[in-house]
Design a protein around this ligand. Structure first.
Ligand code: SF4
Ligand code: SF4
Length: 377
């Protein structure tokens, strides 16, 4: 049971009427129907998307959903609220609101029946694009990738190191074109720790295309061919979105690490000595990052006071920032209220998109790579 009171619209029919009152002989149909005929009507939406019907309506996903908290019932239709509501309302005909989801996955993590709302909405996005078109803010992004292989149409990047190496550092579009300081800090740290690594003339990992519609085979083939040329067995990422895409869509033949996992090993092995700064920091965990390595490193820094905050989304993910910047901005403002309450002098994060979306707050925000690079002895 769900703990809910049963509605009066439901009749429970357990079988034909029967009695054995007269001389203990079972006689069916005396007080009601002699037989019950069960007709099963198959509703196509129940067959194709059964998970959303497991919802018990507890509302736990609404209070945690960044989009619902930002725009309320606009993320839903009539009495179908939040991501699960949009998913239900989009079963037959997807509505544009399927693109409002930041793909943070917080709803599933807080759902007692673990409904994979994000995954359902992503499938419905593909259906939406097939039936209608890309939503406006995504057209340019996808066109850029088709034309240049990158999400930004900037000048091609000169790759400083493309050589045989044990590891590839896959910078990702955001650290290459918009948050270059993160890529620079990552390279500095790799150089300082003597890592045997190379950069490659990479293309977009394909994540934005997956969030909006079609396949990414060409991008995968291109990136894999460059990685193969390097001979690397390990790929390092500063972007959790790229890492997630490699984990779920690329051939399973490499060790895939967020750079914080590599740095944690170096700190543990005593290869990185950090200066004592005596600063109060908080850490915004990127939704798509699965490792706790950043928090573990922060806790190990002598003199740094770490103020923890509850999980939350920066508002940049899932293509929300490119298509609906006003929603993304409200989500970022809400997140910055949470970081401000800690009184921390600096916000740390481990994702170029999070840094970019939370950069307008009163507290400075740094990627963990930048923070460690400044503190290294
Ligand atoms: S994945 Fe995040 S934004 Fe999307 S419906 Fe769930 S909680 Fe809301
Ligand atoms: S948390 Fe899960 S069960 Fe509860 S309302 Fe949301 S989707 Fe339904």
């Amino acid at each position: 049971g769900t703990g809910h009171i049963t509605t009066s619209y439901i009749d429970v029919i357990s079988g034909p009427s029967k009695t054995a009152d007269v001389e203990g002989i079972l006689v069916p149909g005396i007080h009601g129907p002699r037989e019950v005929i069960l007709i099963v009507v198959e509703r196509p939406e129940m067959v194709s998307k059964p998970e959303v019907y497991h919802c018990i309506g507890c509302g736990s996903c609404l209070t945690i959903c960044p989009t619902y908290c930002a725009i309320g019932n606009r993320f839903g239709r009539e009495s179908y609220l939040g991501g699960v509501g949009v998913a239900k309302a989009s079963i037959i005909d997807p509505m544009e609101e399927v693109f409002y989801c930041t793909t943070c996955n917080l709803c599933r993590e807080n759902c007692p029946v673990e409904i994979p709302v994000k995954d359902i909405l992503l499938k419905q996005r593909r259906e939406y694009v097939k039936r209608y078109n890309l939503v406006q803010g995504h057209e340019k992004l996808i066109q850029n990738i088709r034309e240049t292989g990158r999400i930004f149409k900037d000048l091609p990047v000169q790759v400083r190191k493309e050589k045989k190496a044990r590891m590839v550092y896959f910078k990702g579009c955001m650290s290459t074109f918009r948050r270059e300081e993160i890529a620079q800090a990552a390279e500095d740290l790799l150089d300082k720790t003597g890592a045997d690594y190379t950069l490659i003339d990479e293309r977009c990992c394909g994540s934005p295309i997956l969030k909006t519609g079609s396949g990414i085979e060409e991008l995968i083939d291109y990136n894999i061919s460059r990685i193969e040329e390097s001979g690397a067995e390990t790929i390092l990422f500063t972007c959790p979105g790229c890492l997630d895409t490699f984990k779920n869509h690329y051939p399973e033949k490499y060790d895939l690490l967020h750079i914080s996992e590599y740095l944690k090993e170096e700190v543990d092995a005593g290869k990185i000595q950090l200066k004592e700064v005596g600063e109060t920091v908080t850490y915004h965990k990127p939704c798509h990052l699965r490792t706790d390595a950043p928090e573990e490193i922060i806790r190990q820094i002598q003199g740094t006071i770490y103020k923890e905050i509850k999980e939350g989304c920066c508002g940049a993910g899932g293509g929300v920032r490119s298509a609906y910047p006003e929603i993304s901005k409200v989500i970022a403002e809400e997140r910055l209220k949470v970081t401000k309450e800690t009184g921390a002098e600096t916000i740390l994060s481990a994702c170029p998109f999070c840094k970019d979306n939370l950069k307008e707050g009163e507290q400075p925000i740094k990627d963990l790579t930048e923070y460690l690079n400044e503190m290294i002895e």
